[in-house]
Design a protein. Structure first.
Length: 470
C-alpha cells in the first residue's frame, strides 16, 4: 500500500506543514546528537565503572599485601637488629682471637730468634768444655809424671805421690764430667736445632697468619658496616611500607566513593539516554505524520521513490517464489551462518544468493537519482542486510576498521534504526540517526524505509539513507 501526500487546500497550510517538518527534522537531529553523546557517555561510564570496580578490588589487594609486607618488614627489621647484635659479638670474639693469634705469632717469631742465640751459647759452652777436657788431659799427664817422680824419690816422695794420685783421680773425674757435659751439649744442640727448624717453619706460618689476621680484621669491619647498612635499610623499608599502607588505606575508601559516584552517574546517563530515545521516537512520529500530510518537498520525492522500489522488490521476491526459484521457508530463513575469517562478522542465509541475483538491478540505480542518497539496501526483520550497494560490498581486508566502512554487505545491523526499518509495517518510516562509519566516525543521516511483503507476509524493509543537508 502506497501512502501519497494529502492534497492541501491552501499554500499557507502547505508552508506551515513544511515549516513543522523542518523544525521536527532539526529537533530530531539534535535529539539524535544528544542521544549519540549520551550513548558514548553511557558506554564510557560503564567502562569506567568496571575499571573503578577493578581498581577498588586491586586496592583492597594492595592494602592486604601492604599489611603482609609491613609484617614481613617488621620481622626482617627485628631479625636485622638481632643479627647485627650477634654479628657484633662474633666480631668482638674474632677480634680477640685475632689478637691472641697475633701474640702467638710474635712469640713463635721470638722463639725462632732466641733458639739461634741458645744454639750459639751451646757452641760456646761446647768450646769451653773442650778446653776443660784439654786441661784435664794435661793435668792427668802431669799427675802421671808426678807419680813417677814420687816413686823414684822413695819414702821422701810418698807425700808427693799421694797428692799426685789425688790429682790424677781428679783429672779422671774431670774428664768423665767433661764427656757427660759434651754428650748433654750434643743432645741439647740437636734439640735446639730441631726446635729452631720447627720455629723457622712456624715463623713462616706465623707471618702468613699475621697477614690473614689483618685481612680478617678488615673483612670483619666491612661485614659489620654492611650489617649496619642492612639494619638501617630494614628500618627505612619498614617506614616506607607503613607509609604505603597508610596511603592504600586512604585510597580504598576514596576509590569506593568514586566507584559509587560513577555507578550513579552511569545510571543517570543511561536513564537520560533512554528518555532521549523516547524523544527521538516522538519527534520521528511527528515528522512522519507531518510528511504524510504533504509537508516538505524535500522528503516527499524520497518517500515515493522508496515505496516504489520496495514494491518492485516485493514483486520480484513473489515471482521467485511463484516460479520455484526459492521456497517461502528459504526466503524467510533466519539461520544466519557466519562466514569464516570475517571481521566484522558477515553472514549468509538460504536466500542470500537470490538477493545477490535480484537486488543489485533494483537498488543500484537509486543511488544516481539524488546526490544526497548514500545507500539503498533491503534488510530483513532482524536487520540482516544480505546484498548491499557495490561500493559497500568490497572484499574484506585484514583491517577491521576499513572493513566496517567498506564491507557492509551480509552483515546484521540490529541497532535501533536498523531494527525499526526492518520491522516497520507502516507505509513508510522516516528516521534521523548517526550512521556508524567505523573507526569511531559517524555521519548524520535520514533513514527512510518502506516495508517489503511476500505472499502477505512481512519480509523486511527497503532502507534509503540520505544526508540531512545536500
Amino acid at each position: 500500500m502506497r501512502l501519497d501526500p494529502v492534497p492541501q487546500d491552501t499554500p499557507q497550510v502547505s508552508e506551515r506543514l513544511s515549516h513543522i517538518v523542518r523544525v521536527a527534522t532539526e529537533l530530531g537531529r539534535r535529539n539524535v546528537e544528544i542521544q549519540g553523546f549520551l550513548q558514548s557517555l553511557d558506554e564510557n561510564c560503564t567502562a569506567h565503572s568496571g575499571s573503578l570496580n577493578t581498581l577498588q578490588t586491586r586496592g583492597d589487594r594492595v592494602q592486604s599485601a601492604a599489611q603482609r609486607a609491613i609484617e614481613t618488614t617488621t620481622e626482617t627489621r627485628a631479625l636485622a637488629d638481632s643479627a647485627l647484635v650477634q654479628m657484633q659479638g662474633s666480631i668482638k670474639r674474632l677480634t680477640e682471637t685475632g689478637g691472641l693469634s697475633r701474640d702467638l705469632a710474635s712469640w713463635v717469631n721470638q722463639v725462632h730468634a732466641d733458639s739461634g742465640d741458645v744454639d750459639a751459647m751451646l757452641v760456646a759452652v761446647g768450646k769451653s768444655n773442650g778446653d776443660i777436657a784439654s786441661i784435664a788431659s794435661q793435668v792427668n799427664i802431669l799427675a802421671m809424671n808426678a807419680k813417677i817422680e814420687a816413686a823414684r824419690a822413695g819414702d821422701a816422695g810418698r807425700g808427693f805421690a799421694i797428692v799426685a794420685e789425688a790429682i790424677n783421680d781428679l783429672s779422671h773425674k774431670t774428664r768423665s764430667a767433661v764427656e757427660d757435659i759434651s754428650a748433654t751439649i750434643q743432645s741439647m744442640s740437636q734439640w735446639i736445632t730441631h726446635l729452631n727448624d720447627g720455629a723457622r717453619t712456624n715463623s713462616i706460618g706465623a707471618q702468613t697468619l699475621l697477614s690473614e689476621v689483618e685481612v680478617s680484621d678488615a673483612e670483619l669491619s666491612d661485614i659489620e658496616a654492611r650489617m649496619t647498612e642492612l639494619r638501617e635499610a630494614a628500618h627505612k623499608t619498614e617506614a616506607e611500607v607503613a607509609s604505603a599502607q597508610n596511603a592504600s588505606a586512604e585510597f580504598v575508601p576514596a576509590a569506593a566513593t568514586l566507584s559509587g559516584f560513577m555507578k550513579e552517574l552511569g545510571q543517570g546517563v543511561h536513564e537520560a539516554k533512554t528518555r532521549t530515545e523516547s524523544l527521538i521516537d516522538q519527534s520521528e512520529s511527528i515528522l512522519q505524520d507531518v510528511v504524510s500530510l504533504g509537508g516538505s518537498g524535500k522528503d516527499s520525492p524520497m518517500i515515493v521513490m522508496v515505496q516504489d522500489v520496495a514494491g518492485r522488490i516485493s514483486e520480484a521476491f513473489g515471482k521467485a517464489v511463484a516460479t520455484g526459484r526459492i521456497s517461502v521457508s528459504d526466503l524467510f530463513d533466519e539461520a544466519y551462518t557466519p562466514m569464516p575469517g570475517t571481521d566484522p562478522a558477515q553472514m549468509t542465509t538460504r536466500f542470500t544468493k537470490l538477493t545477490d541475483d535480484i537486488l543489485p538491478a533494483l537498488q543500484e540505480p537509486v543511488l544516481s537519482l539524488d546526490p544526497r542518497i548514500v545507500f539503498c539496501a533491503a534488510v530483513d526483520r532482524n536487520g540482516y542486510l544480505p546484498t548491499h550497494n557495490a561500493k559497500f560490498s568490497q572484499q574484506q581486508s585484514k583491517d577491521p576498521v576499513w572493513n566496517a566502512a567498506h564491507c557492509r554487505n551480509r552483515r546484521i545491523f540490529d541497532d535501533r534504526v536498523g531494527l525499526k526499518a526492518g520491522r516497520n509495517t507502516e507505509p513508510f518510516l522516516l528516521q534521523i540517526y548517526r550512521r556508524d562509519m567505523g573507526g569511531g566516525n559517524y555521519a548524520m543521516m535520514k533513514d527512510l524505509s518502506a516495508p517489503i511483503h511476500v505472499e502477505g507476509r512481512h519480509w523486511g524493509g527497503l532502507r534509503l539513507a540520505y544526508r540531512l543537508n545536500g
